[in-house]
Write a new protein. Structure first.
Length: 398
């Protein structure tokens, strides 16, 4: 009978087997204490592939006295959520709680996320989500505000070495009974090449062992090339999108094309790339070239219509356009400055002459009084638009 992948077989079931993420699950840290004390809040694990998000959920499943249910947003929908919610409501009637873990929560659309909200609010379920995407952008604000967000970082080389050694020595689930031999230098090399991703490290290790029981650096290189080629999660998601963004910002179209090709080869969601281009068009180009936003939105539509592999050339066209375009962050910094004033001064009252006049009562309160209708003036009328505390404030220098 075919075995499950090594990465699945070696998934830790306790903190003693879990390596890395000391900042959130080290001794005395709040998350570890909550898990060990079975006092789990609704929360979201955010981090790159292979950093331990799903593993932490499995540890919670082992430690909790609550009913634990795991779903993936890739192959689940509202029908599945409704089924589990109905079960959760039955559990609540007998004083028992359900922990509902949803992997890849960013793949749920707004309506699917909204469906969860009232049950999280009422405590029918304790919700745990895992995502590789920034939850500020991919999780509804209402749901996000009711969750603690724990950020997981890429695993350190030392952590990956421990994970690899555990897999090599373990006779029950790992390679310990297969006669696999690997030296310290080779383990370090594999850990470094896995770039913080435990899943990649174990997948490469397993493939290398299938090539040769005595694993050399060359064996690892061969296995790494073949494994990463077919594993879209093996790409360094955050570093690549950062490099693409900064290459476009620096007007290096060649570098931008290279990083785009890396992301496409790694199987990155093309709509994710297109969304980042839309953001770039306003943040880094802005008023220097207002057509950039139209180009980015058109690219998103093209990608949505035709998908891979044809849409790669649409993405390439947009990336080169963004790189070659003039740049300006004046719009971005001006908006941030306005936002900062809101944080500093709160909701300042709108000047009376700018307020909406709908009834006689509010008209008698001088709403709209003295307003100057701009089209009736040949030049800019002498009229203040900002609240009194911000009178004369300039966010834009032109």
């Amino acid at each position: 009978m075919q075995k499950n992948p090594l990465a699945d077989r070696m998934r830790p079931k306790s903190f003693e087997e879990f390596f890395g993420q000391e900042k959130i699950v080290g001794e005395g840290k709040i998350l570890k204490s909550a898990i060990l004390g079975d006092k789990i809040p609704s929360m979201i694990f955010w981090g790159p592939p292979g950093s331990g998000k799903t593993t932490l959920a499995h540890i919670i499943a082992q430690k909790t006295g609550s009913e634990f249910v795991a779903l993936s947003a890739i192959n689940s929908g509202v029908k599945d959520l409704r089924r589990e919610i109905e079960r959760a409501e039955d559990f609540s009637k007998i004083g028992k709680c359900m922990i509902l873990f949803i992997d890849e929560i960013h793949r749920f659309n707004k309506s699917q996320q909204d469906f969860l909200l009232p049950y999280v609010e009422r405590g029918v379920i304790i919700f745990i989500g895992a995502t590789t995407e920034n939850p500020s952008f991919e999780v509804n604000n209402a749901l996000l505000s009711r969750c603690r967000v724990f950020v997981l970082n890429k695993l350190e080389t030392g952590d990956l070495k421990k994970i690899i050694m555990r897999a090599v020595k373990n006779k029950e689930c790992g390679l310990g009974s297969d006669g696999v031999k690997i030296g310290e230098k080779e383990i370090k090399f594999l850990a470094e090449m896995s770039d913080g991703d435990a899943r990649v490290a174990l997948s490469v290790l397993e493939f290398a062992a299938s090539i040769n029981k005595i694993i050399t650096k060359q064996t690892i290189e061969d296995a790494l090339q073949k494994t990463v080629m077919y594993d879209k999660n093996g790409e360094e998601h955050y570093n690549l999108i950062s490099a693409l963004h900064k290459s476009m910002r620096g007007s290096d179209a060649d570098a931008a094309l290279y990083y785009l090709a890396r992301m496409v080869a790694g199987g990155e969601d093309p709509l994710y790339i297109a969304r980042r281009l839309i953001r770039f068009a306003s943040e880094d180009i802005g008023i220097a070239n207002s057509n950039a936003l139209s180009q980015a939105v058109a690219t998103y539509q093209a990608v949505h219509f035709i998908g891979y592999p044809e849409c790669s050339v649409n993405l390439a066209q947009a990336v080169v356009y963004m790189a070659k375009s003039k740049k300006s962050n004046k719009l971005y910094t001006a908006y941030n400055a306005a936002q900062k004033d809101i944080e500093s001064f709160g909701a300042l009252p709108v000047p009376l002459h700018l307020r909406n006049v709908e009834t006689k009562l509010i008209k008698d309160l001088d709403y709209g009084k003295g307003y100057k209708y701009s089209p009736e003036f040949d030049y800019a009328e002498d009229q203040e638009y900002l609240p009194d505390k911000l009178k004369g404030k300039k966010y834009l220098d032109f």
